[in-house]
Design a protein around this ligand. Structure first.
Ligand SMILES: [Zn+2]
Length: 515
């Protein structure tokens, strides 16, 4: 390579940029640990393609140019698809894969043809492309680094609910504690009234195992990102209105509670081994506070997002949403079922991605095509698909519970709940009572072997879940917080609209949570 002919590195640099920019754009949610695999795949693929083209054309600069053009088309395809998918021209839907694919491949073919026909790629063009892609990478890294630096302090410092809320001498038997979150699992009432499905068989079976099942359980918040942290903190999250503020969507602060809130900290202090069955989703997939994280499949949100933004989005419904998702789910159940024989005392945390959409299982666990939701439809429809997936979840959970009970030396504590309900009414911006009831009504069941009463409180909200567990099992003497329910949208998750009165009447007489 002489000085006049720079080595055309731009295809590799562009490939790096494509992955890193997605990471940087989603830096609040994405984790650096998710990067190596996609980076290696993109770089490896680019190198192989480049060498192949180079061999065929016997021209390094030209083959690199064609490859970069191809990569640009490949990596921008999903963004273009997303931007156009609702667009119609004279009744013709432009944003369809068959149409967009044709246009993209045609465009690439024309550009590649022009590059092929050109006598040679000038060294200055190669230099320009090298420099541009390198600068883009630099800006991307700068953005991600500045975010990480400004957020590295965020840690939940408080251990709320009183520092001495129970002393270890009062703990008799340290039973294993299982916490199973069934994402989007609605209440018996919702299933009956909205989904025309009688869930009694499942709930009765849980009662036979000794679970207390709440008839009127509600989530305090309507989205995973706030509901789960609030459970793990055993307290409300309304301070988020102030910091990071009503207009923020940054989940760093709630996630810090989800990963190391009071429940985690207490159980660690009392000698529990913390085990995470990895979910494939952000803070319930990776948590450096736990002693052990059990990996369950190839599926993670970053790979899914990357696929969604590239030309692979054409097959993502089949490949990712369906096959990888099913794979992930099955491995998680396997991991859960294997926990009974592990030495204790241990706290097993599993955030199960079902019965939440996408609907990829039939009632007996048979794989089914997810419904086509690409045209802006509500992901929670059709309702019968939700019910079918939920029936499969029921079967999986009963099997797992039975196995755990059989294999555990001492009967464990098992808490199973929905972090919020489904949302088939889809009225986020003008929530009707029906929508609120559907979204906040949840499953809540707990096996508490040492509890004096076997009945769950008449009205129960998730914030009190571990107050009840710790009181019953460890004589913690924690007071239960007043029940308060808050609606918010995904666009403004921390702008809370109190809806307590609309759902559980005016019984909330306690103090308002700090705000
Ligand atoms: Zn959820």
């Amino acid at each position: 390579m002489n000085a006049k002919r720079p080595l055309p590195l731009h295809p590799l640099l562009y490939g790096l940029f494509a992955v890193l920019s997605l990471y940087s754009f989603n830096v609040a949610q994405a984790q650096a640990a998710d990067l190596p695999l996609p980076l290696a795949m993109v770089l490896g693929g680019a190198v192989v393609l480049w060498l192949a083209l180079w061999l065929a054309l016997r021209d390094a600069a030209k083959s690199a140019l064609i490859l970069t053009l191809g990569l640009v088309v490949f990596f921008s395809y999903g963004h273009v698809y997303d931007a156009l998918k609702y667009l119609k021209l004279g009744g013709f839907r432009i944003g369809r894969h068959r149409f967009l694919l044709l246009v993209s491949v045609g465009l690439f073919a024309m550009l590649a043809w022009a590059a092929l026909k050109a006598r040679a790629v000038s060294p200055s063009l190669t230099k320009l492309l090298n420099t541009t892609t390198a600068v883009l990478i630099g800006l991307t890294l700068l953005n991600a680094a500045s975010y990480k630096l400004s957020h590295r302090q965020i840690q939940p410092v408080e251990v709320n609910a009183g520092t001495a809320f129970f002393d270890s001498s009062s703990i008799g038997l340290r039973r294993d504690v299982y916490f199973i979150i069934l994402d989007g699992y609605g209440s018996r009432t919702t299933l009956r009234d909205v989904y025309d499905f009688d869930n009694s068989a499942f709930l009765d079976r849980l009662r036979e195992f000794g679970f207390m099942v709440a008839d009127n359980a509600f989530s305090n918040y309507n989205q995973t990102n706030i509901s789960l942290p609030s459970i793990m903190r055993m307290d409300y999250m309304n301070f988020l209105e102030v910091k990071p503020g009503e207009n923020s969507t940054d989940p760093s602060i709630p996630w810090s509670y989800l990963r190391r809130g009071a429940v985690w900290q207490r159980l660690r202090e009392y000698g529990f081994r913390l085990i995470l069955i990895r979910s494939g989703w952000g803070p319930t997939d990776r948590n450096d506070f736990v002693d052990e994280a059990v990996k369950c499949g190839r599926y993670n949100e970053f790979v899914k997002m990357l696929t969604h933004t590239t030309m692979l989005s054409v097959i993502e419904r089949k490949l990712l949403v369906a096959d990888w998702h099913r794979d992930n789910v099955r491995l998680m159940v396997q991991a859960l079922e294997g926990m009974g024989t592990r030495p204790g005392p241990k706290f097993v945390f599993m955030h199960f991605p079902l019965p939440h959409a996408p609907f990829v299982f039939g009632a007996k666990g048979e794989p089914v095509e997810p419904p086509d939701i690409s045209f802006g439809q509500n992901i929670w429809l059709p309702r019968e698909r939700y019910v079918q997936q939920l029936q499969y979840v029921n079967a999986l959970m009963l099997e797992a519970v039975e196995k755990i009970l059989k294999e555990s030396e001492e009967t464990p504590v098992i808490v199973m709940l929905g972090d919020h309900g489904p949302a088939s009414f889809d009225q986020w911006h003008a929530p009707s009572d029906d929508f609120l009831r559907e979204r906040h009504g949840v499953l809540w069941a707990a096996l508490l072997p040492d509890a004096e009463t076997k009945a769950a409180p008449d009205k129960l909200t998730l914030v009190n879940t571990f107050r009840i567990v710790f009181n019953e099992e460890f004589h913690a003497g924690l007071s239960l917080l007043p029940n308060r329910l808050y609606h918010s949208t995904f666009e403004q998750p921390y702008r809370f609209l109190e809806v307590t009165d609309r759902l559980i009447g005016a019984e909330a007489d306690g103090e308002k949570p700090d705000s």
